[in-house]
Design a protein. Structure first.
Length: 82
């Protein structure tokens, strides 16, 4: 509506543990915390592209270590620079 501001609230809180290479994530719409252990993922050149399915409108409830829940996916297609 034109008389209301366009608000975008934060849905995720993330803590990056650089020493242990782990991302901890909390959703504001779910009471659980999940994490990704970056040492279990392959970031090398040519590695398979993976994604973590968060569900439609991010409604999927995740808890604990979700590192093994990543699934093969098509790479993100960037728009060309003008």
């Amino acid at each position: 509506m034109a008389d209301q501001p366009n608000l975008s609230t934060t849905r995720w809180r993330v803590v990056a543990d650089h020493k242990d290479r782990r991302y901890h994530v909390e959703s504001v719409i779910s009471p659980s915390v999940f994490w990704v252990d970056l040492d279990t993922l392959d970031f090398s050149e040519g590695a398979e592209v993976l994604k973590l399915d968060l569900g439609l409108d991010m409604e999927r409830v995740l808890s604990g270590d979700v590192s093994a829940a990543f699934e093969p996916a098509a790479p993100f297609a960037f728009q060309p620079a003008d």
